[in-house]
Write a protein that binds this ligand. Structure first.
Ligand code: THU
Length: 121
């Protein structure tokens, strides 16, 4: 499955986002090495900081199904990943990230490009 196909799944998922406060609907689709795909959407809350991003909810779905760091090959996201999600992508060692950048281009990159010089515990 190509980055473009993951991105297209993310776009379809974004229609299920719960974002009544920002009205910024985000979808994500993460593919595991064995081919399984997990989708996620952003889910907001009236207590604003409690909301979760689409990338995090996709990764949470994968982890709940038994996948962990190193098992997730690629992710497609409808937005440029926020700083916190970049840290999550790094943590789970997702190899490739496809998203539409601020210029409107579909780009595929790596967590290291998105978040250089990450700390290690
Ligand atoms: N959002 C995501 O779901 N992923 C990102 O990487 C960027 C931001 C969501 C969070 C919030 O619900 C809305 O977009 C506006 O920030």
């Amino acid at each position: 499955m190509t980055g473009r196909e993951l991105y297209d799944l993310a776009v379809a998922a974004s229609e299920r986002a719960y974002a009544p406060y920002s009205r910024f609907l985000v979808g994500a689709a993460v593919r595991a090495r064995d081919g399984r795909v997990f989708e996620g959407v952003n889910v907001e809350n009236a207590a604003y900081p409690l909301g979760v991003c689409a990338e995090k909810s996709a990764i949470v779905a994968a982890v709940g199904a038994g996948y962990g760091p190193g098992d997730l090959e690629a992710i497609g996201v409808t937005a440029s990943p926020c700083g916190g999600c970049r840290q999550w992508l790094h943590e789970f060692r997702v190899e490739r990230v496809t998203y539409r950048d601020s210029a409107g281009e579909l780009v595929t990159t790596t967590p290291a490009e998105l978040l250089p010089d990450t700390f290690e515990l």
